[in-house]
Design a binder for this molecule. Structure first.
Ligand code: ME8
Length: 555
């Protein structure tokens, strides 16, 4: 039922393009990491072709005002801030294949062509428009969408119900897009594509929106008020609305207007819930309007809060991702965000939670397991030892411990769990439940630690042939488990997974989905790892992080 994977399937994964009115925070990083993990995971399933596009949204009143407040020009502010986003994503190992800035000539051309296509189809008209305008949200609001609240000086002022930002009564001549004509086509599209928006609760939200009236959409602003944007072709008094400009970025990165056919509509957009309406209503309608298909998939995620409060610059509680990388390492922080972030609901961030999670799952459970089966005391030759079928007998006599060697029922359960794991993980990724994929990997890691503990290989004597045979088998099974976890964790913690796989001597060309056959010897197939020398020991897989309390006591 998912069209995003499978051999030869194309995908164009995208993140929102981010406003450059401030530096990036962990919310922006989260969007990018979700898209990156999906992109990397699909790369494991087959080489693509796939693309991952991200970038910055640089036009609009918000940016114009931010530049004025900072005493700089919009283009300087944009260049500086866009650079921060690009650096952050490069540093965070986001494997983007394109980074778009809406101030680039290729984008200006795409937007103007798109506009001409709308106009050519008779879907734009000019009209006087008046209403409450919210600059931070860059949109007009109806009476029902605003409320009155005192400002900092206690004076009453009108604010947006949804965002709380102040609104102003604005009257101007605008181009209008005949959005209302697309209410029915949008409903049909949603009905025919029940999985196009996930998670499911967001699909329902959009369906409900479409039950209400869908008024035409103002798609330009007077140039006298907004100069920082793309001019309407043939009308120098108007600037194209920043949201039309922004949404078209997805076509720009697909090669519009000349070369997008190979990539459109294979677009899979990752977006925050705050911009769902733009992506699930306006964007599909605009695409239909120019004769293009809506995107194949819209993945929606919720927000990060800090100690229960929404992250915002005015509250001063914005979490700086670069500081987090320093404190928790890059993979540690990637792991935390993707393991703890649940797209359906807002998630709370606090430092102790990061440290606890990363220490327990990456340093102790995964790192500890690797340590245990590669330690020179237990694996003195530093190899991937042989697996003995007679020690770990399979078949009808599984439960017959006496007759079938030393394996126990729980050991077969472990094998069954790890056998199932790759498909389970893939299914979770395809359903945008990366946190569940990680949960299932961790459950297996813990099961493997249990297996190791249960058989206490450190108590076995290498000089006794029967015990050595079993010892080798326990090590072989454990290493096989780790090989599977390493491959499956690549999309989330690429550097740590590389370290793990390199330690296991898994070659770069042996790390794809097709290499996920677990414990081939148990399944009667040859194993190319048996007898292989392990890779060099480069120290602990994951450093234990210090808790703030301990750090405090030390200073
Ligand atoms: O809306 N938690 O840009 P933007 C999680 N330029 N994600 C968060 C977040 C938080 N606290 N805060 C922001 C725009 N995000 C437009 C988009 S797309 C054609 C144009 C993420 O800089 C989330 O994905 O305000 C949200 O949708 C996006 O950043 C908005 O970034």
């Amino acid at each position: 039922r998912r069209r995003s994977s499978g051999p030869g399937r194309r995908w164009l994964l995208t993140t929102p393009i981010f406003y450059v009115n401030g530096p990036p925070h962990i919310g922006h990083l989260y969007s990018a990491l979700l898209a990156d993990a999906l992109h990397r995971h699909r790369g494991l399933l087959g080489p693509g072709p796939g693309r991952l596009a991200t970038g910055t949204d640089e036009h609009g009143l918000k940016i114009q005002q931010a530049a004025a407040a900072a005493g700089t020009s919009p283009s300087e502010l944009c260049a500086q801030m866009s650079g921060l986003f690009r650096d952050l994503f490069s540093r965070a190992d986001v494997s983007f294949t394109d980074f778009i800035r809406t101030t680039e000539p290729r984008h200006r051309r795409a937007v103007q062509c798109f506009w001409a296509a709308l106009q050519g189809r008779g879907l734009l008209y000019k009209d006087f428009y008046e209403g409450w305008y919210c600059t931070p949200d860059e949109c007009f609001l109806t009476q029902a969408q605003i409320t009155e609240r005192p400002d900092a000086q206690g004076r009453p002022c009108k604010v947006s119900l949804e965002s709380g930002h102040q609104v102003y009564w604005t009257k101007e001549e605008n181009y209008m897009f005949k959005l209302s004509e697309f209410q029915e086509p949008l409903r049909k599209w949603l009905q025919g594509n029940r999985h196009v928006i996930s998670p499911e609760p967001f699909y329902q939200v959009v369906r409900r929106w479409l039950e209400e009236d869908l008024p035409d959409l103002s798609v330009s602003r007077e140039r006298s008020r907004l100069q920082w944007g793309i001019p309407v072709p043939g009308d120098s008094t108007q600037t194209i609305y920043v949201w039309v400009d922004a949404l078209v970025n997805y076509l720009t990165v697909a090669g519009y207007p000349d070369a997008h056919h190979a990539w459109w509509p294979a677009a899979h957009h990752v977006v925050g819930k705050d911009i769902l309406k733009f992506h699930a209503i306006y964007w599909p309608a605009l695409l239909m309007a120019v004769g293009l298909d809506p995107p194949e998939q819209i993945y929606v995620h919720s927000h990060w809060t800090v100690h229960g409060q929404k992250m915002s610059k005015s509250l001063g509680n914005v979490v700086d991702p670069v500081a987090c990388f320093k404190q928790y390492t890059m993979d540690g922080f990637r792991y935390f965000l993707l393991r703890q972030g649940v797209p359906e609901r807002d998630c709370d961030y606090y430092e102790e939670k990061v440290i606890k999670l990363v220490n327990s799952e990456l340093a102790d459970a995964l790192g500890g397991l690797l340590n245990r089966c590669t330690a020179s005391s237990i694996n003195p030759n530093g190899i991937y030892p042989h697996f003995s079928e007679s020690c770990f007998r399979k078949g009808s006599d599984h439960m017959d411990v006496e007759a079938s060697g030393r394996a126990l029922a729980e050991d077969y359960e472990l094998v069954a769990s790890v056998d199932r794991l790759p498909l389970q993980v893939t299914d979770y990724f395809e359903h945008f439940q990366i946190y569940k994929a990680l949960e299932s990997v961790v459950a297996c890691v813990r099961q493997t630690n249990g297996f190791f503990q249960r058989h206490a290989p450190w108590k076995l004597c290498r000089d006794n042939p029967a015990e050595k045979c079993w010892l080798d088998t326990v090590l072989h099974v454990t290493l096989e488990c780790l090989r599977i976890y390493g491959i499956l964790l690549q999309p989330v913690i690429p550097a740590t997974a590389d370290k793990l796989l390199s330690r296991l001597a898994v070659k770069p060309e042996e790390r794809a989905f097709t290499d996920l056959t677990f414990l081939p010897r148990y399944h009667g197939k040859p194993c190319s790892f048996e007898g292989r020398r392990l890779g060099p020991d480069t120290g602990a897989l994951f450093p234990r992080l210090e808790t703030p309390i301990r750090r405090q006591m030390e200073t």
